[in-house]
Structure formats: C-alpha cells, structure tokens
Design a protein around this ligand. Structure first.
Ligand code: ADA
Length: 570
C-alpha cells in the first residue's frame, strides 16, 4: 500500500523505501551520463532521506549515487517508477540504462520503461545537489531556504498491465454531490473505454465512455454526499477499474471562489488564519517522518489555524492527505524565490516554471485542502517585460484546473503591476522588521504600511474587487533569547510584533486571510548571506526548528482562537 492516495489495489506495487547503497562524488562532470561502473558504493543511505544533513556529507554539494537490487515478477513487461520528490536534480538507471530524468524538485514524477529479461534487476538513482542553472534552473544558492539533496520522498515500482489507469480526477459540480470524473489512461487505445466505478464502497456502476486525448470523462452522483470544510473535513472515495487495473482515489466535495472581495468556501466567506511552512528539519530536511507531519498539524490546530501556505514548493502528498483529514486549507506553489530579470528572461527558467503546474495539478487535484495555486514567490512583478510570463503562469494553472484560485505572493506593494492577472491580491510585507533604522518604535510602522496598501488596492479599479491575503508578515526571534529591552531578535519583540499584526488583521475585514512568516525556523543560506540570518537559519518561526515554542505561540493562539470563535458565531 502506498504511503498516500491514490492506491493502485490490483497491480503489483512495491515500495522502494528503505536502505540503499550509496556513494558521494564531488565534481562529476555531467550527472546525466555518469560512468556508473566507476562508482564505489562506500556508504548506506535512507530513502526517503537527504544525504547532506548526515555527518559524512553535511552541507556538501556534489552527486549522490544510490543503488539497490529490485525483484519483479518474471512475467512483468512494463514498469512504472514513481518518485514523490527529490532534490535538486536526479536521473534513474535500470540495469545501467537511463529510464528517466527527474528535474522538477519537490514534485512527484513517474517514469515508464520495459522490465527487460529476468526477475532480478539493478536500480541506480543519481541525485545531484549542485546548483547548475543549465541543468536545474528552478533552484539557486541565494534562495532563502536550504536546498537539500537526496531522494527525500517515497519511491514505488509498479508492474503495469496492458490496460492501465493513470489518475482519476474528481471535481465538485454541485454541493449536492454531483461530480465530474476524469479518468486518465496510461496506454490510451480505442475510442471507448469500459469502466467500472464505486463511490464510497457502494454499488458498482458499469459505463462505456468515449476516450479523448487519453481521458474519459463522466458525471456521477455521490450517494450520501457530505461537504468538506475545515470544521467538518468529510472525505469520499472513488474506486475505478479498467480491465484488471483498479485505482482508489479520495476526494472532497467543496467549492472555492473569489467574489465580492471575499474568498468563499462552499459559498460562504472564509477567513484564512495560518502560517507559511517550510518542509524542513535540521536532520531530515524535507523527508519529514509521519510523526513530524502530525506534530506540525497538531501544533497548527492548537493555535487555531485553518490555513498553511506551502512555501515555496509543491507539497509532500502525505502532508496533503493529512490536511484533507484534519481540515487545514493549503496554498500550494511552484518552486521559486525572488526571481528577477536574470532568471525571468531565461527560456530554460521559464520553460521549467511552466511545466510545474502540470505536475502539481496532476498530483494534488483531488485534495480538497488545496484551494490556491501559487507561483513565483516574490518574482519581479513590477517589470512590464515579464507581465506576459505572469499571465502565462496563471493561464497554465487555469487551463489545467478551473476549480481553484490562482495567486502569487508579491513583495512590491503598490508598485506591483500584475495583481489583475490573478484571483486574490497577496502581499508579503515586513514593516517593523526590515524597519527604518532611525525608528524609535518600529512596531509603529505596521499599521500605516498595511493601511496604505489596502487603500491603494481599493483605489485600483482592476483589483478593487479582489480579496486580499497578507501572504507573509513576521519578525525573527532567536529561541531562548529573552531580554527586557524587547529588541529585534528577542522572543519578546516577535511576540509584540505578532500581537500588533494580528490585532490589525483581526479588525480589518478587508483582509481575507494571513499566512504568518513563519511556522518553524528553517535552515537557509550557508554562505556569507547568512550574516543577515543568524545561525544560517531563517529565525522567524514561532517554533524553532525542533518545534520548541517561542513566546509568540501564546500570542498567536490568543488571536487565532478568538477569531476562530468569532467566525463560527451565527
Ligand atoms: C520573503 C520570502 C521568504 C523569506 C522572507 C524573510 O518574503 O518570501 O522566503 O525570505 O522574505 O524572512 O525575509
């Protein structure tokens, strides 16, 4: 059984998670065509895991070679390797032959190939964590988060039958339980497909559907429909069979839209209360054990949150399954950080960005928790030269999924020129933190800056009707650093700061939501840029990297819990 939905219940599926042979090599000229016979496997490595937090390789950049034996059934013909995510670039070799390049960091990708003769095979993964713009344009050393190296999410091997399913996507058509079901095939053949489906384990329905562009689409009625919401995260399942192949997908009935300056969930206005969260841990990197995923979600719930911004990359599918179950709304976004002309003008960067929505939508479509598709965090949204690219990113998401809102987080305040292209106006802003040095009381910068922004939005006809999210705002604090001066970097200052911010947001109905920066402290630059990031961590977490609470947790809890109570009052 897979670690997350979907579950392929009839084809042979084996998990490749576990301990692999490993070698770390520096200065490999081209990891796309390595000399595998020259590699000496000196170590063992965990999958999922990251090699660059372990004592022997901490902080090093180079090429990791992973190797293991795999046994498939002797009659296996076609295989599919699914890798739920790696960093920062990878290639897979089956019996020495290249079977796929994984160049979408943090995204799940699958590779199909012939099994070859016999039951015993060798699988090698070459995982490179060096920054190389030509090979991996999506991640750079200057990004304000450490880009870990390794096979950091699960791997599976599937034996594919001749008639095989890829994914089944379910879209809510009406809140009374009418859904649109799109079945995607791996080997689309013929004009019609004979399908069998069951919803919530109920009666099996047979249907013959026309196949177009590799997909068959039909509508269905959920027999006992229950809406999904943060308060009642009810979920449904659909099991679809095609020939001998069966997949079970889970979905929720819910709608999301932007209307009259509000975000509506199931037709009702919703206020988003939450945090930006990095999938990061000093030891595990993004390969968080299920226990830590649960820990994070319990901490968020205890603070009264209903929202997580998955900064700044596609999310772990196990985390999204848990958000579905626990009723936490999610903003999922493409890999990117502060990209300026030097990236935005490069065709390799643009092409890689434009491919990300394809994987994100394919992987996350059925998660009711995901309500926002985001792209290009703090990219240059002031330069008219890149407005076309912003429009293309928004269209890429909309073409694949018209059932969610599309956003990007801007740091440019009233200088931004692209807010009209997306559904919600989202601002990252740090008044009172990156403050005027002459300021005697930097906290006084918060309200005027936010006032100015909201007035500006309302004065712009093209965006005045859109909802507003404060997608980042926060202040750093070093865990355990308390001081009666309550100055920058003390836990006291962070707590005072978030008190001011959340008092403001709580009394300004024009703001539809906030994702505070940041949930936990997160490893970042290890170069000289770390001079502005004590410990080479982004220290704006209200928890440190080991999830130990700072003073601000009580402050945030007080505000979010009282807002949560207020929002449920009739
Ligand atoms: C930006 C960015 C974050 C983080 C933050 C900060 O808004 O989006 O990733 O770097 O600034 O801490 O300054």
């Amino acid at each position: 059984m897979s670690t997350h939905y979907p579950h392929y219940t009839s084809r042979p599926v084996q998990s490749l998670d576990g301990i692999w042979d490993f070698a770390f090599v520096e200065n490999v000229p081209d990891p796309r065509s390595p000399d595998l016979s020259a590699v000496t496997y000196t170590h063992r490595m965990a999958v999922p895991g990251v090699f660059d937090t372990l004592p022997d390789f901490a902080g090093r950049r180079g090429t990791g070679f992973y190797r293991r034996r795999v046994t498939v059934s002797p009659k296996a013909r076609e295989l599919l390797l699914r890798c739920d995510g790696l960093g920062i670039w990878g290639a897979f070799f089956w019996d020495g032959q290249l079977i796929g390049v994984h160049d979408m960091p943090y995204s799940g990708m699958s590779f199909r190939f012939e099994a070859g003769d016999g039951a015993e095979h060798e699988l090698v993964a070459v995982v490179d964590n060096r920054f190389d713009f030509a090979r991996q344009p999506l991640l750079s050393q200057y990004y304000d988060y450490y880009c870990f190296g390794g096979l950091f999410r699960s791997l599976e091997l599937h034996e594919i039958p001749a008639k095989a399913l890829d994914r089944v996507h379910v879209r809510t058509l009406t809140l009374k339980g009418r859904v649109e079901v799109t079945v995607r095939f791996l080997n689309p053949r013929g004009k019609t497909a004979e399908l069998r489906y069951r919803i919530d384990g109920g009666k099996a329905v047979e249907t013959a559907c026309p196949v177009q562009n590799g997909c068959a689409t039909f509508t269905a009625k959920v027999p006992s429909p229950t809406l999904w919401s943060p308060e009642h995260p009810a979920l449904h399942t659909i099991e679809v069979s095609f020939g001998t192949d069966t997949v079970v997908e889970r979905f929720g009935l819910r709608t999301v839209e932007a209307k009259g300056k509000r975000i509506l969930l199931n037709g009702e206005p919703i206020q988003l209360r939450g945090f930006c969260r990095h999938e990061s841990h000093p030891e595990f990197g993004p390969a968080l054990p299920a226990q830590v995923l649960l820990e994070d979600l319990q901490l968020l719930r205890q603070m009264g949150c209903n929202f997580v911004r998955g900064s700044h990359y596609p999310q772990d599918p196990r985390f999204l399954d848990l958000c579905d179950e626990m009723g936490i709304l999610v903003w999922e976004e493409t890999v990117g950080w502060g990209d300026r002309a030097y990236h935005l003008q490069e065709e390799t960067f643009r092409a890689a960005q434009l491919r990300q929505p394809e994987y994100m939508v394919r992987n996350s479509y059925n998660h009711p928790c995901v309500i926002l598709w985001g792209f290009l965090n703090e990219g240059d949204s002031t330069d008219p030269n890149y407005r076309g690219f912003y429009a293309a990113m928004a269209s890429a998401f909309r073409a694949l999924d018209s059932s969610r809102l599309v956003v990007y987080a801007s740091m440019f305040d009233s200088k931004d020129i692209n807010f009209d292209l997306v559904d919600v106006v989202c601002l990252n802003t740090y008044p009172g933190w990156y403050a005027n040095q002459e300021s005697y009381r930097p906290l006084d910068e918060v309200a005027p800056r936010l006032d100015h922004f909201l007035e500006w939005v309302d004065s712009q006809p093209a965006i005045a009707d859109k909802p507003v999210i404060i997608s980042e705002i926060g202040a750093g604090a070093i865990y355990g650093w308390r001081d009666r001066f309550r100055a920058h970097w003390t836990e006291e200052y962070q707590s005072d700061f978030l008190d001011v911010v959340l008092s403001y947001i709580g009394s300004h109905p024009r703001i539809s939501g906030v994702s505070l920066w940041l949930f936990t402290d997160t490893r970042t630059y290890s170069s000289a840029r770390a001079l502005g990031r004590p410990r080479a961590f982004n220290n704006k977490g209200v928890f440190d990297e080991y999830r130990r609470p700072k003073l601000a947790v009580e402050t945030v809890t007080r505000h979010f819990q009282s807002q949560a109570v207020a929002s449920t009052r009739p």
